[in-house]
Write a protein that binds this ligand. Structure first.
Ligand code: ATP
Length: 441
């Protein structure tokens, strides 16, 4: 099913309200006043997130590269984060207003100006604040050790590199991919799902020989660019921004951010980085374990180089909603519609009996189609117009209506979300229509 593109630029306030109203995202612990930078996913948000994971996984399979998956632990020991450089370097500069005590990220504000909160210009010194959450392992406080909630998923991949190499049949070049939670104690979480304290990442570490690394880096950039096309994101709102020389980490000779034009400006969506062999070398140094690979051709051991692609699921989620949100004037009323790709849409089709008399036959068709494994919805409440609007707002690509004609002509009406055009579809062709036209298989 072709989606027409959304042209409205949605404000974040409208999106936050839609997400809450329709069950995509709720502020976490809301009944206790909420918790800054932490959100819960509602029923539709859970489905959308799963569709994002599935699409990402499929995009890796489509590369035809050798990629295996890993699910690492969330908690890691001090030594591991020391080796990765996070204990020493994972800081943001923090500054407080001495008058109102409001806290800012120093690189977010102009300290030559007054506090945006109270209008005074009295700042504390800039201090470095480590973004990792710590926790104590062990019950007795005098025996407990400090451990850390991971701020990225990647390190679990590096520390398991040799385990994967020796326990599966992969050979260099190959990738290890992972999806899972990360935690960052952001000084100022903001812009809804953009900067959170608890979020999920999808990362791939591609291990290769040094001489092939830059070519793979370019290839991965292309794969990732293509991924955003396949999930229907508007091309003009995505760009690739290579890091300037002074922005690059000391171990990286090439990093590019894929940026999206959010309502609050062009911002990083995904990072693609050539990391050299920094991570494996560091873990070899700190753990004393050999993580090198023996090359049969040269008869020498070497430490593989790595290209990394890393994106936050919720940031991608926010981008998909910003990209799809649309407001249209229809006969004096505003229609809100999420023109999500059917691949991402939480509900693929809604089944609507026109009146109570049509509930039984429509439910039968709904159950048959549901058995195919798609997320579908059966909706009997409210006028048909209201039900269409509700489904437009949550991005359902098609609504099927069983009406007075259906028992006579053996067909239902299919209404397209984007064009609002209607066509009759024979009931015995509905499964095929769903598969071919809506899902696109
Ligand atoms: P930023 O500059 O926005 O803080 P970063 O450069 O620190 O991001 P990375 O460490 O490269 O980000 O993390 C990889 C990806 O993880 C980012 O591109 C983003 O999609 C996601 N991500 C990072 N931090 C957050 C966060 N606090 N909330 C949501 N997603 C995040």
């Amino acid at each position: 099913m072709q989606s027409s593109v959304a042209t409205t630029r949605v404000s974040l306030d409208k999106l936050v309200s839609l997400c809450k109203r329709r069950g995509f995202v709720y502020p976490s612990a809301e009944i206790y006043g909420g918790i800054n930078g932490i959100y819960d996913m509602g029923p539709l948000g859970t489905l959308l997130k799963q569709n994002i994971r599935d699409a990402w996984k499929k995009s890796l399979a489509n590369t035809n590269f050798d990629i295996v998956f890993l699910e690492g632990a969330l908690i890691g020991p001090h030594a591991m984060w020391e080796a990765s450089g996070h204990i020493e370097n994972f800081h943001d500069p923090m500054v407080d207003c001495l008058v109102c005590k409001h806290r800012f990220r120093a690189d977010d504000i102009d300290m030559a100006k007054a506090c945006s909160h109270c209008g005074n210009k009295q700042w504390t010194e800039v201090r470095q604040f480590n973004l990792m959450f710590t926790t104590q392992l062990g019950a007795a406080s005098h025996q407990s050790t400090t451990a850390y909630l991971r701020p990225e998923t990647a390190q679990a991949i590096f520390i398991n590199f040799k385990n994967v190499l020796t326990s599966s049949r992969v050979k260099i070049p190959f990738g290890i991919a992972q999806m899972g939670k990360s935690f960052r104690n952001e000084i100022t979480p903001k812009q809804f799902l953009f900067r959170m304290r608890e979020f999920e990442q999808m990362e791939i570490e591609w291990f290769c020989k040094e001489e092939t690394a830059l070519a793979f880096f370019e290839q991965w950039l292309q794969f990732r660019r293509e991924f955003y096309r396949t999930i229907g994101i508007q091309d003009a709102r995505i760009r690739v921004r290579p890091h300037d020389k002074d922005e690059l980490s000391h171990y990286s000779s090439a990093t590019s951010d894929m940026e999206y034009e959010f309502p609050f400006g062009w911002k990083e969506l995904e990072g693609v980085a050539y990391r050299g062999n920094f991570d494996l070398t560091q873990h070899m140094k700190f753990s004393g374990k050999d993580l090198s690979v023996y090359d049969d051709a040269t008869k020498q051991a070497y430490v593989p180089h790595v290209v990394e692609c890393s994106v936050g699921i919720e940031r991608l989620f926010l981008m998909a909603l910003c990209d799809a949100y649309c407001e249209e004037e229809i006969e004096g009323e505003t229609r809100i519609v999420l023109k999500l790709s059917p691949k991402l849409a939480p509900i693929k089709a809604a089944f609507l009996p026109l009146t109570k008399e049509q509930v039984v036959p429509m439910e039968k068709i709904y159950q048959q189609c549901k058995a195919l494994g798609y997320e579908l919805d059966f909706d009997v409440s409210g006028s048909i117009g209201k039900r269409y609007r509700r489904n437009d707002e949550i991005g359902t690509p098609v609504c099927f209506t069983y009406d007075f004609e259906s028992s006579v002509d053996g067909a239902v009406t299919a209404r397209n979300r984007d064009t609002m055009q209607q066509e009759r579809i024979a009931i015995d062709k509905l499964e095929e229509y769903l598969r071919r036209v809506v899902i696109g298989k």
